[in-house]
Each structure stands twice: as C-alpha cells, then as structure tokens.
Design a protein around this ligand. Structure first.
Ligand code: GCU
Length: 669
C-alpha cells in the first residue's frame, strides 16, 4: 500500500514496455560531471529515479568517451549562450544522442535533473528534448510555523518534522527526503521556525542544531533562514532594551549575525513579525518598521542575507477597517527600507481567507521589493479534512492586475520585480508539512506543496497543468483517471468557498481554532475579531461597505481596480460582500436576489461535495487502495461539515433576512 511518504517522487516502474525500452535506450549511463555535493546529489537522484522507473540500475561513469545513450550533467558558466538563463535556470537537450543537462550553477543542473525525471514520471517522450526554464522569482521559500517544543502553529499534519531535542547529533533521514521534495520543485529557502518566534533559536545551542539541518539541505540548493523574536537582545542578550537605534542593541545583532554566519556560511537571513498580534517590535520604542528592518540589514552587513519584514499588522479597532491597517503603516515607509530588506505581504488584506481580493500593498510600494506570502497549511480552509487544491487561489492572486504601471501590472509581475525593476524578489508559502507519515495529513495536501513550488518557479504555469502533472507523478498515469482527478481538484476551492463564505463573505469561522462556522460571534477579546464585524448583517442586508460611503478601503487600489469593484451592479459576485453592503432583496447579475443567491451557493456548494465523492469513487480502480480509501473517508467528513457550514450560515443569516429558503432547497415538510 502507498503510505504517501514518497510524495510525487515515487518513481514507479514504467508499465508500458515499449516506452520503458525507449527510456532505457536513452538512459544507459550517467556522467556526473563534477565532484560537488550538489552534482553528486543530482546524479544520485537520477540514479534512484531511473532505477525505479526503468527497473534496472543505471551506472555512473567518469566521462562519456564517445558513448551514446547517456545522461551528461554539465555545469557551464557559458550555458546562457543560447537562452537567457539565470543562475538557477537549466537546459536539457539532446546532443550527439546523449541527454545533456546544463546550467550556470550546480543547483541549475540539479533542477534540470528533476525536470528530466518529471518528463519520465509523466511519461513524455525523450526524443529531441528541449527543456529550458529559469525561475522568475529568486527566493522561493517555505515558512515553517514550527515551535521548539515540536508543535506547529496552525499545523494539521502532526508535529514538527524538526526534532530539536535530537539535533545536532541525530539527523533524521526525513530531512533529506524533505530536501529532495523541495529541490524537485525548485524551493530554495526554508524558514525553520514560527513567525511567533522563540528567541531560543538564536542561542549558541540552537545555532548548532540549525547548522546541522542546513548541512543536510545545502546540497539540494536550499538555504535556511530564521524567524527572529524582536526582544531577543533582552531575553537572551541581557540588555535592558531592544530599541533598534540603541548602539548596544545594534552591536548585539551584529555580533549575533556574525556568529550565525560562522556556523552557517550560506545562512539566508531573517523573517520578522514585529508589532503584530502582541509580538514585540521597534514601535515599542517609538521607532517604525523601517528602523527595525534596517537595523537587521545593517547587522547582516557584508553577509549574503536578507531581511523579510512582515506587513501583517493591524490594530484592534472595532471602528476601523482592518483591511486598511497594513497600508496605513507601510505606505509611508516606501523608499525608507535598506536594499537588503523585502516586505512580506499576505495575498489578501485580512488573513488567508478562502477568497480575498489581492492585498492593496501590491503595486503600491514601488520602491520596496514585496514578498508574496501564501498559506499552504489550510488554517481557514478545512485543516486536513477538506480537499482544497490551492493553485487556483494562488493563481487568482498572482494573475490579479494591480494596474500600478498600467494594465498587465499583475501581482505576479510586482512580486517577480519586473513591474518596478527590482533586483531581488521573493515568495513564501506557509508550510503544510508535519511528521505525519504522508507529510501533509490530507493526501491531496501534497499537491499544494507541489503546486506552490511550481508556481514560485514559474507563475505562468496553469493550475490545471500542475494538477495533471502532480496526479501523474503521485496517483496514476492512466489518462482518464488523470483527467478526472485533476478536474475535481480544479473545482475544490470554489466548492469550498460556496459552502463556507460565498459572495465575498469572510472571517466568519469558529473563533480561535478557525474551524467550522461561527457567523454569530459578536464578542471577542479583540474587537475587530468578531464575525459580525466582518459580515455586517442587519435587517437591510449583508456585507462590508468598503466604498466611499463606508470605510473607503477601495480607495487603496488604482482607479481601474476601484472601477472593477466599486459598483455593486458590475462587481464579480465572488467579491461582492468584500466591498458592498447589499440589500437582501437586491437582484444580482445571476438573476437571483442576494438572499436567494446566498442560499443557492450554500446549498449547491454543499451538494457539490457529493459530486467530488462521485468523481473520486470513479477512479478507485486506478489508484492505490489505501490512499483512495483515506481520501474517500476525508470526503465523508467534508460532506458532513459542508452541511454544518450551510445550515449554520443560512439559518443565522435568515434571522436577519427574515426570508424563506428558496424552493428547490426547502426541506420537505
Ligand atoms: C494568523 C494565524 C496566526 C499567525 C498569524 C500570522 O492570524 O491565525 O496563528 O500567527 O496569522 O500570520 O502571523
């Protein structure tokens, strides 16, 4: 039975004998082309993958010596000659009847090797190969929200994979498999610990442990980063303050950073959550975010590292609009950040809801490189029980047009630096990985890790293509089953939105654990953390007015975007209640009134989970039985909970609308 541990790197034998023969002829030997750990890693991965798929060992040889039918790895500083390859871009091509994998760096050759393996895993022909790809975004990170005690904040796949108590002596073999998976999709950096950070990671004791992990990840082209606790100079440095302009504090960070680089010469840098949700920060001392970020940039000095400073900030103000909070604090700081600083912005203005408009900071801080942060762990998307393929959500944000520099100023092009000509670029995915045998709890959660990496590398890929690719490598290569699985995956996110937060509803989930519905929540220790604050239901209608008659948050966007979303008659219904308070009786573009449309989406959304179940049932013969049963069981839970969401929300909103549930959905009397 497939326990899911091998992820999309299963390398099952090619069943089609003719195709297997073709592959065998093309892959009779491997020339590693060098001694570096990364080239060796690439060659070993090819050996492992080919052994699995071809059913026989492929030897490593010193040089090809005129032989044909092999795979040649070659790091070549001039590899950009024929194609504009960045340092990590690869070319895979046929030359004198050998397959050559080349790039300017060893890491590029590693990525090219995985691209070749993917070609075989998806059963593509190897004749006249011409694969060329270079990543559009430089720093492609996973952010782990993992704590020193082994728990994972908002993690639903077991405890942390990092065994801090065993490190640095004990190296869990899983770290290497984790690195392989990341490298296979081009992830080149990982923040090991939670943004709500413990200062402990900066102690000499923990830096040894971090260095041990870095040592495992390094051959795979992956650098480690740490989240820092702002007040560390006080808690572990013995200083009376953590004021970023205090000389002793600055000195402390400088020598701490030097100590880190002595232990980890390729350390990636710092991720910082400051003055957010109770975390300390520079504002505690009357300084602003740029003072804090620039102080850390100065501490990095000549070291090759970055500061990723998070913009996830808001004040608990029941009268304000949390939508605007990050813009209010960060817009005035554009142009004030040091060159090593990137500001990390969540995809939407609130908090990883099932659907959000793109964050208004994208396109609005032209002098600051912005990292896009997306969440792979399904905090607001049904944990590890609901099937939600996230590529459509991520693409919706990447493809959104900010209009910052005219049309086609998409979020993707803001983030990759091309809109504002930034030399540095980054993207971050909050990991959904844990110690569960299958890594992600829900087997389909693996696809979110995979899709994130693929999109971080190339945001022009389609979610459909990625779903098919992942399915072929992970579940089945049988074409009809691939089409069915990819087809259902593509629908999961919009189905989830329909039965939880249709029409632009947001933040009405259960408080604190963020699971299940709680639209009636009216009291909370944080005044802007109630559900009623967000949905604004009353006897007249529903939705948060963010136009000029309301909070005017819409004004944060470019005029073209304001136009797109400013008119309740013409805005896409999916975004309606994000921006408008709409009368219950208002007819929508769908032909139904708001109330009827709301009910329709809740009911058809919940029913669609049964469609997912049917689709899934239809591919049972083609899939591993245990894996199939696992997903089928989770779909049962999902259906039960979709009904829970539907009934809770419809009945609650009905107390305001005082209208009947439309006929097709009325339960028989
Ligand atoms: C959410 C999440 C927190 C997390 C925070 C963040 O609010 O619930 O657990 O710390 O986001 O991104 O900082």
């Amino acid at each position: 039975a497939d326990d899911g541990y091998r992820l999309w790197l299963k390398y099952d034998v090619v069943a089609d004998a003719a195709l297997r023969k073709e592959y065998q002829r093309a892959a009779q030997f491997i020339v590693a082309g060098g001694e570096s750990a990364t080239l060796k890693t690439a060659a070993e991965e090819l050996q492992q993958g080919l052994q699995g798929m071809l059913g026989k060992a492929v030897p490593m040889v010193g040089e090809e010596k005129g032989r044909k039918g092999g795979i040649i790895l070659r790091t070549d500083a001039a590899a950009a000659k024929n194609a504009p390859l960045g340092p990590e871009g690869y070319r895979v091509f046929t030359d004198k009847q050998n397959i050559v994998i080349t790039g300017r760096t060893d890491a590029a050759v590693l990525y090219g090797s995985f691209a070749l393996l993917r070609q075989l895993q998806t059963r593509q022909p190897l004749t006249n190969l011409a694969l060329t790809s270079t990543p559009k975004i430089q720093h492609r990170l996973l952010n782990h929200w993992d704590n020193p005690n082994g728990t994972v904040e908002r993690g639903y796949a077991g405890s942390s994979i990092w065994k801090w108590y065993e490190l640095p002596e004990v190296i869990d073999p899983r770290y290497r498999d984790y690195a392989r998976a990341n490298a296979s999709v081009g992830i080149n950096g990982v923040v090991l610990n939670n943004v709500n950070a413990s200062a402990r990671y900066l102690t000499a004791e923990y830096l040894q442990k971090v260095a041990a992990v870095a040592g495992v990840l390094r051959p795979y082209g992956i650098r480690v980063y740490l989240s820092v606790f702002w007040a560390a100079p006080k808690t572990i440095g013995g200083l009376p303050t953590a004021d970023p302009l205090d000389q002793k504090v600055r000195q402390w960070w400088t020598s701490k950073t030097d100590e880190i680089y002595r232990a980890i010469p390729d350390f990636g840098g710092f991720l910082v959550k400051a003055n957010s949700e109770g975390e300390p920060g520079p504002q505690d001392y009357g300084r602003h975010h740029a003072d804090g970020a620039n102080m850390l940039a100065a501490a990095l000095g000549q070291h090759d590292g970055l500061v990723m400073w998070r913009a996830f900030v808001y004040k608990a103000d029941a009268k304000g609009d949390r939508f605007k909070a990050a813009s209010q604090e960060f817009l005035p700081l554009d142009g004030k950040f040091a060159p090593k600083v990137l500001v990390q912005v969540k995809n939407g203005p609130i908090d990883f809801q099932a659907r959000e408009p793109f964050h208004p900071l994208f396109g609005a801080m032209p002098r600051t490189p912005l990292v896009l942060e997306v969440q792979l762990t399904q905090e607001y998307l049904g944990f590890a029980t609901h099937a939600v393929y996230l590529a459509p959500l991520i693409k919706e944000c990447l493809d959104a047009d900010t209009h910052a520099k005219g049309p086609a100023s998409t979020v993707a092009r803001v983030v990759d630096g091309s809109v504002d000509q930034h030399a540095v670029s980054g993207i971050a995915g909050v990991a959904n990985i844990g110690a569960d045998r299958n890594w992600t709890g829900h087997p389909l959660g693996q696809a979110n890790w995979y899709a994130y990496g693929r999109l971080a590398w190339d945001h022009t890929l389609t979610s459909q293509a990625i779903a098919e690719e992942w399915t072929r490598q992970t579940l089945t290569t049988e074409p009809r089953a691939v089409a069915t699985v990819a087809g259902l995956m593509q629908q999961t996110r919009s189905i989830y939105v329909r039965y939880t937060t249709p029409l632009g509803l947001h933040h009405i989930m259960g408080q604190s654990i963020h699971y299940g519905p709680e639209p009636w929540l009216a009291q909370s220790d944080r005044p802007d953390w109630t559900s009623v604050y967000y949905h604004r239901a009353d006897s007249e209608g529903l939705g948060f007015d963010r136009t000029a008659t309301g909070s005017n948050a819409l004004k944060l966007y470019q005029p073209a975007v304001q136009q797109l979303w400013g008119n309740p008659q013409t805005i896409a219904p999916d975004y309606l209640l994000w921006f408008h308070h709409v009368p219950w009786s208002q007819p929508l573009s769908t032909g139904r009134t708001l109330w009827d449309e709301l009910c329709t989406r809740y009911y058809t959304g919940a029913d669609s989970v049964q469609w997912l179940q049917q689709q899934w049932a239809s591919v049972r013969p083609q899939l591993d039985a245990a894996l199939h049963a696992d997903v089928a069981a989770r779909l049962q839970t999902q259906h039960k909970e979709a009904l829970w969401w539907r009934d809770a929300c419809v009945l609650y909103f009905q107390t305001w609308s005082r209208r009947p549930i439309p006929a097709p959905f009325t339960p028989p009397q």
